[in-house]
Design a protein around this ligand. Structure first.
Ligand code: ARG
Length: 469
């Protein structure tokens, strides 16, 4: 077999060398090198598949697999090896290395296959592993929520809507609200991994493979549960990457909302939480400052995660059927979003675990009697008054208290009864933060028993998930 002179994978029909700027522009090794372990796994499966159709002899497969092992080992120990490579992408890098090891036999592995299906397969495998990594970090964050919810189970706080005092709730209920949101992200991650779980190998460049390779065996070898059903679709489908970025965007959005709550809670006006030194920074100018930078950065970094989703959606929009080089734009930003998300989750877990809540401040704010106005209306409802009317009567009560310049819970009963004789001696003593909270005993409510049940339910879900592979 004669040696090939051109080291490009496709140089045969080209007379001129590529323009330098364009050449640098089109290369992807700098980022797709991250796919190397997957590329090698796919190569192994493909070598066996080619033996199945008589292209490789048993000896050739053995030699090829041994060479792939060697390449994998060298790539992990000798980092400078890839740095110094002139290969265009990870696919050419491995092929060059194979040829270096095996001579012309190294070129044989590309029989019947295309980089279009290789990159789709490698990337799917990456997304499956990436989902598992993020799931792990997310489970750790959820466990931190459970610990904080248990530690602060009975602590009342002022629940707010529109950032205005609304009704008393338990801090544990507030924490579990965030935890519920993150637990939905677990399902989104699972969806992303499921949509990546189909093997494109055998799709060729676009039309399928003219050698009758056993596609199901290749898929099984690589840990896929099925094969992709259409070769044209398989080389250009990036829905799995979009699903993954959507899952990350969900997590980032939830992190940003959690972060916002913590930033507000750490303000002097609220002082609900003591920021841990380990997750805060100071000011170079103002000596008194301790800033919630961990939460602010979490809130801020959400932008680049959601931007990555929009970036890939935009790349995909209007692409013609089958592979287009635009698709090379799918990887770099997704890798970055994945790395960032992993960091974000570990920082969020640390900052949440180390946060100390101030029972004195939470208690002082929740003791505002205005928070019990709805419970006062409910009192009248229990005595047969239609709610709308009860709402109105309590409104009058509040106005009367305002006129007298005192809190409505300090009004003399006689004045209260002038508004409605249905208010009795048991009215004021029955109004308390504790009663307001314990009366919300429906599933999903803020009563201690409801929150305990919610914690137990999430614990059970996490235990099940932790035991899944
Ligand atoms: N580097 C390419 C990518 O990331 C690999 C496939 C290239 N295929 C091609 N026909 N140029 O998508």
């Amino acid at each position: 077999m004669s040696q090939r002179k051109d080291d490009r994978l496709w140089g045969g029909r080209f007379q001129n060398a590529p323009d330098k700027h364009f050449d640098a522009f089109q290369r992807s090794l700098a980022f797709d090198r991250r796919l190397l372990p997957y590329e090698i796994a796919v190569d192994r499966a493909w070598a066996k598949a080619l033996q199945g159709v008589g292209i490789f002899t048993e000896t050739e497969v053995r030699q090829t697999l041994a060479a792939l092992d060697k390449i994998a080992a060298r790539a992990t120990t000798d980092k400078a090896w890839i740095d110094s490579s002139t290969a265009e992408d990870v696919h050419q890098f491995v092929e060059n290395a194979l040829v270096e090891e095996l001579g012309p036999l190294g070129w044989k592995l590309h029989t019947g296959r295309s980089r279009n299906e290789l990159v789709a397969t490698d990337f799917r495998l990456f997304v499956i592993d990436a989902s598992a990594d993020i799931r792990k970090a997310l489970l750790a964050l959820l466990n931190a929520f459970l610990l904080q919810a248990r530690a602060n189970l009975k602590l009342p706080m002022a629940g707010m809507t529109h950032m205005q005092h609304a009704q008393p709730i338990l801090l544990s209920h507030f924490l579990m609200a965030h935890a519920e949101a993150f637990s939905r992200d677990l399902s989104r991650l699972q969806n992303a991994a499921a949509s990546a779980d189909a093997c494109p190998m055998g799709s060729g460049a676009l039309a399928g493979c003219s050698f009758p390779v056993d596609r199901n065996a290749i898929a099984g070898d690589l840990g896929f549960s099925k094969i992709t059903p259409n070769s044209l679709d398989a080389v250009s489908d990036r829905d799995f990457a979009l699903d993954y970025l959507f899952a990350l965007s969900g997590i980032a959005t939830h992190l940003s909302r959690l972060a916002e709550d913590f930033v507000v809670f750490a303000s002097q006006e609220f002082s609900y939480v003591i920021l841990p030194d380990e997750y805060s920074t100071g000011s170079s100018l103002m000596p008194q400052k301790k800033n919630p930078d961990s939460w602010e950065l979490l809130r801020g970094k959400t932008g680049r995660i959601t931007a990555t989703l929009f970036s890939l959606l935009t790349t995909m929009k209007g692409l013609p059927t089958s592979y287009q080089r635009d698709l090379q734009e799918d990887k770099e930003a997704l890798f970055a979003a994945h790395d960032q998300m992993e960091e974000m989750l570990w920082v969020a877990r640390g900052a949440l675990s180390a946060a100390k809540f101030r029972a004195d401040r939470l208690g002082a704010i929740v003791s505002n009697p205005a928070l019990l106005a709805t419970d006062a209306a409910d009192y009248l409802v229990h005595r047969g008054v239609p709610f709308r009317q009860a709402h109105d009567l309590v409104g009058k009560l509040l106005r009367e208290a305002e006129n007298q310049g005192k809190s409505w819970t300090q009004l003399p009963l006689a004045d209260i009864r002038k508004i409605s004789p249905l208010f009795r001696e048991d009215f004021l003593p029955g109004l308390s933060v504790e009663n307001a909270i314990s009366s919300k005993a429906v599933p999903g409510g803020t009563s201690e028993s409801s929150v305990r049940a919610a914690i137990a339910q999430l614990e059970q879900k996490l235990n099940q998930m932790e035991n899944q592979p």
